[in-house]
Design a protein around this ligand. Structure first.
Ligand SMILES: [Zn+2]
Length: 427
């Protein structure tokens, strides 16, 4: 819709527009102005705002009262609504499952695109997929136009690195580079005694090789000792909560000094045991709206339910309060928490689990604004995402329009009116 001017055009949106390409639109006047909403970005809320978008990017965010809207602009009146930057999942996965099936059946570009669309539907506009994606996911990433992705943006880590020895570490990293990964991922975990844990010498060699290749590295850990070890060796992201014991002063100090972030992935823990019985969230309309009924039925079959019982399920259920407490301790001590869920493997429902994660963060005691920051600006900073996570001048116009104020209660993030990626609404 095109309206006439609301206000006198004394305010020039962009100065220096003579440097713009000649073929481009007139930066002084054209674009879309989203007006009247309360826009929250990077810890600040602007009531009755004007958010102006051109060519998929934010060119201005300010109070509507002090912003000139020209009559060449398209206006979208969002009075009574709330806008937040598109949510970022700093630890997800794509293309590794299709329903409860893994392996070849899940490895298709179509499946990856469907999953990225599902994330986007839930307001998750960027996914940092931390490992084990098929090559098809790289194809989808590489074909994506950042100015018009039409689905959640994607970053990838490729095969999780597990060289047999220190000597193989460098070659493993070099092989990975062929895929042009955004991240590398390692797993330092003995699978609760069922496997062999990667030794400090081996992960040290991988971290050094990744560092030499300028490739940031995320480490899967369960135990405090290993979290300390990978940090000492130079890891760039702790991909899960510490679950075996309370974090101590030394670890907090290490996290602070290195500036490394942690993704709590609380919903990952839940997913290991919750399906032993029919979970309550199967009745949640927000979940059901996009859930595959066949998958829900399968998850209620007794032989499937049984897979979610036993030693591992018991361990993760019992240690979940430790994970939450550690998240809060680190948060309160000034360590940056990046929202991350580990969604994507079977029965870790993409899109919905991010909201479940944020509700769990709130239940653990985190303030709604801190959670929002964790899922936007912090998630972007922690995973090296440029021009994302904030509705700042020059950033991609990825945002979620809500009917309720999410700074009051994080549940309000579920009141989604529309999701925009690069200024284009997604279905
Ligand atoms: Zn993961």
């Amino acid at each position: 819709m095109r309206y006439t001017a609301l206000l006198a055009a004394f305010f020039v949106l962009l100065t220096g527009c003579d440097t713009a390409p000649e073929s481009g639109p007139d930066l002084e006047t054209e674009g879309t102005a989203y007006i009247g909403a309360t826009v929250w970005s990077d810890g600040q809320a602007i009531p009755n705002a004007a958010l102006i978008v051109q060519d998929g990017r934010v060119v201005l965010l300010d109070s509507l009262a002090t912003t000139a809207i020209t009559d060449e602009m398209d206006l979208v009146d969002l009075s009574g609504h709330y806008i937040v930057p598109g949510l970022i999942n700093a630890h997800g996965h794509v293309g590794i499952a299709d329903g409860l099936d893994t392996g070849g059946a899940a490895h298709s570009e179509e499946n990856v695109r469907e999953q990225l669309s599902l994330y986007a539907t839930y307001g998750v506009t960027t996914v940092v997929s931390l490992g084990d994606e098929p090559e098809e996911a790289f194809t989808v990433r590489d074909l994506m136009d950042p100015a018009d992705p039409g689905m959640a943006r994607l970053r990838l880590a490729g095969p999780v690195l597990s060289p047999a020895s220190e000597d193989d570490a460098r070659e493993t990293v070099l092989d990975l580079l062929d895929l042009q990964p955004d991240w590398a991922k390692i797993r330092v975990d003995d699978q609760l005694g069922r496997g062999e844990k990667m030794s400090p010498d081996v992960y040290g060699a991988i971290i050094d090789a990744a560092d030499e290749a300028n490739l940031p590295l995320a480490a899967h850990i369960v135990e405090l000792e290993d979290a300390k070890g990978v940090l000492e060796a130079g890891a760039d992201l702790i991909a899960h909560s510490v679950r075996d014991t309370e974090v101590d002063e030394a670890f907090i100090e290490q996290m602070r000094e290195t500036g490394v972030c942690l993704t709590p992935t609380l919903t990952r823990e839940v997913s290991t045991y919750i399906y032993a019985e029919r979970p309550d969230f199967f009745d949640d309309a927000f979940f059901r709206a996009h859930a595959d009924e066949d998958v829900l039925e399968q998850l209620q079959e007794s032989d499937v339910q049984e897979r979610f019982t036993g030693e591992a399920a018991d361990y993760y259920r019992e240690q979940l309060p430790v994970a939450k407490e550690n998240m809060m301790t680190l948060h309160e001590e000034g360590v940056t928490i990046a929202m991350g869920t580990d969604s994507g493997p079977p029965a870790r429902f993409q899109g919905y689990f991010e909201h479940k994660e944020m509700r769990m963060m709130q239940e653990a005691g985190m303030a709604p604004e801190d959670i929002l920051q964790s899922a936007t600006a912090h998630a972007a900073d922690c995973t090296n995402l440029e021009d994302l996570g904030r509705l700042a001048e020059g950033a991609w116009a990825d945002f979620v329009v809500l009917r309720e104020d999410p700074t009051e209660d994080i549940h309000h993030l579920e009141e989604i009116e529309a999701v925009y990626i690069s200024g284009t609404p997604v279905e």
